[in-house]
Design a binder for this molecule. Structure first.
Ligand code: HEM
Length: 185
């Protein structure tokens, strides 16, 4: 896994829990923590960091992974505004993951091993999005999707009807987005 993902985790943990929490996490996970954005590191190190955070927070690892996605997408939005700027909804944004975003990511970070998404956008109200990756990071995709909806000011209904963690071939998300009602002032 590319160092950029480790860098994001470090940034989110330092911001939310403080510098010491990151040092403690590295120690608990027994990883050295020297990640450069272009470097490639074992997936196992990420899993160890997530497992250590899950233990420290007494929260399931999948919830920690989802939280990480939710907190880190806004950082990606700051760094890569052009991936977001052409869209009014998370729906069209999500539809560009394979062909635009992760294609570009593979150019910027040679050797990046990005997931593959499958789409059924035949309904204007429901987006079905399949996710395949040997890393089984559907919880990360869930968190990214939550943050993407928030970015575009939308309410999100997210259901996962298939999951590789339950033995399915792929994960399948059922995504319903609605423009959030304006706050009454
Ligand atoms: C600006 C937007 C985004 C950027 C720059 C970006 C970039 C990346 C990068 C660099 C990786 C690591 C690849 C590797 O380690 O080899 C990655 C992985 C991943 N991305 Fe994205 N991504 C973006 C948006 C999204 C969104 C919106 C989703 C899902 C809704 C998503 C889902 C994932 C997942 C689940 C992984 C983990 C790897 C795996 O599943 O095997 N990404 N992305």
């Amino acid at each position: 896994m590319k160092g950029i993902i480790f860098n994001l985790l470090e940034e989110v943990v330092r911001k939310e829990y403080g510098d010491e929490a990151w040092e403690d996490l590295l120690e608990a996970a027994q990883v050295d923590g020297a990640y450069t954005s272009l470097g490639n590191y074992p997936d196992e190190s990420m899993m160890k960091l997530v497992a250590a955070a899950a233990k420290a927070l007494n929260t399931p690892a999948l919830e920690v992974t989802r939280w990480f996605g939710r907190k880190s997408l806004p950082l990606l939005a700051e760094r890569y505004p052009h991936f977001f700027s052409g869209h009014k909804s998370a729906r069209t944004f999500l539809l560009t993951l394979n062909d635009v975003i992760h294609t570009e990511v593979r150019k910027i970070y040679p050797g990046a091993d990005v997931p593959v998404f499958e789409y059924d956008s035949s309904s204007p109200d429901v987006l079905l999005m399949g996710y395949r990756s040997r890393r089984k990071l559907c919880a990360l995709a869930h968190g990214f999707t939550e943050a993407a909806a928030a970015h575009f000011g939308e309410d999100l209904l997210f259901e996962q009807t298939e999951c590789m963690h339950r033995g399915d071939d792929r994960c399948l998300f059922r995504i319903v987005l609605k423009q959030a009602a304006p706050a009454i002032s």
